[in-house]
Write a protein that binds this ligand. Structure first.
Ligand code: ATP
Ligand code: MN
Length: 155
């Protein structure tokens, strides 16, 4: 019998990952599992070419992004009535797929549930780039969740 004790939901706060969270909540209730919500912030300054010097910085700092993610977690928990679950909220800094896999190993995660797509959500790609890399490299099974209501817009 497969036992699910710890479920990881990496979220970019998109509609897709909201749906993944709904699945995770259902699994968690059935199996009595704990849910780990993880958002990975990236230092946007790393994406600004050296030739551009902006002052004051236009991009939000890692600290600001982390604070915003914590607020977003709070809203997510309230809006989805998740307070009945055992929930842990984590914000990490780095490359999303890498940090997701690192966290899954560290927390001994049994199942990852995530969106097929995220904020970009392009129809012609089968999977978003974060999900594709997590599926390839995760130490545990990955359940990918599509959003049937999402209308893909071709660029
Ligand atoms: P791409 O980013 O490759 O242009 P996309 O945004 O449509 O395409 P992904 O970024 O792979 O697709 O998002 C798929 C899923 O990966 C999301 O639904 C979410 O579960 C997870 N995810 C994406 N970005 C992050 C992040 N920064 N932190 C945590 N989870 C993330
Ligand atoms: Mn994305």
């Amino acid at each position: 019998m497969i036992d699910l004790k710890r479920i990881l939901v990496p979220t970019d706060f998109s509609k897709f990952s909201q749906r993944a969270l709904a699945y995770a909540a259902a699994f968690a209730e059935k199996f009595g599992a704990e849910v780990y919500l993880l958002h990975v912030v990236q230092d946007l300054a790393l994406f600004i070419p050296d030739m551009i010097t902006v002052s004051p910085p236009l991009a939000p700092s890692v600290d600001q992004l982390t604070a915003a993610a914590r607020d977003a977690f709070q809203r997510l928990i309230e809006e989805n009535r998740l307070d009945r679950l055992t929930l842990h909220c984590e914000v990490r800094e780095g490359t999303p797929f890498y940090e997701i896999i690192r966290f899954a190993k560290e927390a001994d995660i049994d199942l990852i549930i995530m969106g097929t797509h995220g904020h970009t959500g392009l129809a012609h790609v089968l999977l978003g780039s974060v999900t594709e890399k997590v599926v390839r490299k995760a130490p545990c099974p990955v359940l990918t969740v599509r959003d049937p209501e999402h209308e893909f817009i071709h660029p």
